[in-house]
Design a protein around this ligand. Structure first.
Ligand code: SF4
Ligand code: SF4
Length: 484
């Protein structure tokens, strides 16, 4: 790679107030030069692996369920064969906390490694959309020439048509994570008029992809992504970052033969001010100005600078993975408050999550509130009380459930008297109806225990209150039928 002319997208360029903002308020479009060094090759390997995973995952099923499905319509989350519902609030909260703490820990240790190596924004922009752009329009200079050209060049039309087709494909695969491949297949192979809602969602997602990867690009990282904004609080001076070694690089100056006398009077560092690192930066910053919020740790400046150092026969690593403290001559410290607190919290939260998942019941039972009085006095003087129960079958097999009162001989159970069948992951409301003498109730109510069992070993006893008339004294005799 040859040294570049002064980078047109350095923030210090005349007329520029930010790397992507001109002084007149217009956007300065970044057209980065690709630096195909060792990190670029490793990142390509990771990126294409992630893309393959993204395309394959909706088709993988575990225990008859998609490996990952966020079914908003059914309010279900399927992960690796397990199905979670809003009733799994504790598990979902612990799962979310585990992700957050993992992000905190990884960022404290390795800075924005996620942004540079695995974020879908970077992966698709740098390994799919930009390579297509380079293939159709050429390198940065040719793309800039097209930018400056009046009217739309055929090559640009072809690029956007390709982007649109690609966005529809990527958008559809993305949708498969929310509606499943079967439903998506139906949507794709039938007329949009048969599923207008689904078609609109599909079109909106594809349009969003087109907007993001075709035009908005680095602005997503700079102005829209909250993770980037959190960097200042998530990393410390020991966190690994991509940084320029100013101690070695400065004072910078052009390469070239200089007399020994001049070299003594005016010593120079290793930075030859070639701007290769700036020209390759996808967010348009100059890493030599220190760590900046816009830096997504993509390592392109490392590759660009290493190529220059190789050419000059100087050691690589003028820009490298390091930390602020190491650059300041301080030792590396793995153990520090945040790298001890985050793992400790992770261990606690992860342990609780494991415990919750291991003891996850095969069904869930809730006692619901009565919407009416909850009882009625029959013609023969007995009291009929009703109590709704919601039962959720959390398994992937049909189950039959029996509902019965526990140690309540004063009540006759009128309903349900037969087992109730529930489909896999089905939910139903079962109304328990009891008959009892009026004096069974105290102050209009009687506490009871209800046992719900299935035909595969599940059993849960829940406490509930049956409603009755205020006139009772709690001494009612056993009901003729008694509890089943
Ligand atoms: S400064 Fe370097 S690591 Fe940061 S975004 Fe720019 S090229 Fe990537
Ligand atoms: S840091 Fe490296 S790539 Fe950047 S201007 Fe200096 S020598 Fe060139």
């Amino acid at each position: 790679m040859s040294p570049n002319p002064p980078a047109p997208h350095a923030a210090s360029a005349p007329g520029r107030v930010l790397p992507t903002l001109n002084a007149d308020g217009s956007r300065f479009v970044i057209r980065p030069r690709v630096a195909k060094g060792r990190f670029w090759k490793r990142r390509a390997f990771v990126a294409y692996g992630l893309i393959a995973l993204f395309f394959a995952l909706p088709f993988v099923s575990i225990n008859g369920r998609p490996a990952l499905l966020i079914d908003l319509g059914a309010a279900e989350l399927s992960v690796l064969g397990l199905v979670f519902r809003p009733s799994d609030g504790a598990v979902l909260m612990l799962f979310g906390l585990t992700i957050v703490l993992t992000v905190f820990l990884v960022t404290a240790l390795f800075g924005r490694v996620w942004c540079g190596w695995a974020c879908p924004q970077t992966v698709y922009l740098e390994w799919v959309y930009r390579p297509i752009e380079r293939l159709i329009e050429g390198g940065p200079e040719r793309v800039r020439a097209l930018d400056a050209q009046k009217g739309i060049a055929p090559r640009r039309v072809l690029k956007y048509a390709t982007f649109a087709a690609l966005s529809i494909v990527v958008g559809n695969v993305f949708l498969a994570y929310f509606v499943g491949v079967e439903r998506l297949g139906e949507w794709v192979t039938s007329s949009p008029l048969e599923h207008p809602g689904g078609f609109l969602v599909m079109a909106a997602v594809s349009a969003l992809m087109m907007f993001d990867f075709g035009w908005f690009r680095e602005q997503t990282c700079i102005v829209a992504c909250p993770y980037g904004r959190l960097q200042t609080v998530l990393i410390d001076r020991q966190s690994t970052i991509v940084a320029y070694d100013a101690g070695r690089g400065e004072p910078r100056g052009k390469a070239g033969k200089r007399s020994a006398a001049l070299a003594v009077v005016e010593p120079r560092g290793d930075c030859v001010d070639c701007n290769a690192c700036v020209a390759t930066c996808p967010t348009g910053i100059d890493i030599r100005n220190g760590l900046q919020m816009e830096c997504v740790s993509c390592t392109q400046c490392i590759d660009a600078c290493d190529a220059i150092m190789d050419k000059l026969k100087r050691p690589r690593g003028l820009i490298r993975y390091t930390s602020k403290d190491i650059l300041a001559g301080k030792p590396k410290k793995i153990l520090r408050p945040r790298t001890m607190v985050y793992p400790a919290l992770l261990a606690i939260v992860g342990g609780l999550l494991f415990w919750q998942l291991r003891d996850r019941p095969a069904a869930e039972v809730w006692v619901l509130r009565n919407t009416g009085a909850g009882f009625a006095v029959l013609g023969d003087g007995r009291v009929s009380s009703q109590l709704p129960l919601r039962v959720e079958n959390r398994t992937e097999a049909p189950r039959t459930y029996t509902v019965e009162l526990v140690d309540a001989p004063m009540f006759e159970q009128a309903s349900p008297r037969a087992p109730i069948e529930l489909a896999p992951r089905g939910t139903t409301v079962i109304t328990l109806v009891t008959l009892a003498a009026p004096d069974v109730f105290v102050h209009g109510e009687r506490k009871v225990q209800i046992r719900v069992r299935d035909d595969a070993g599940f059993e849960k006893v829940v406490g509930a209150t049956l409603m009755g008339p205020e006139t009772g004294n709690g001494n009612g005799a056993a009901a003729p039928g008694g509890a089943p």
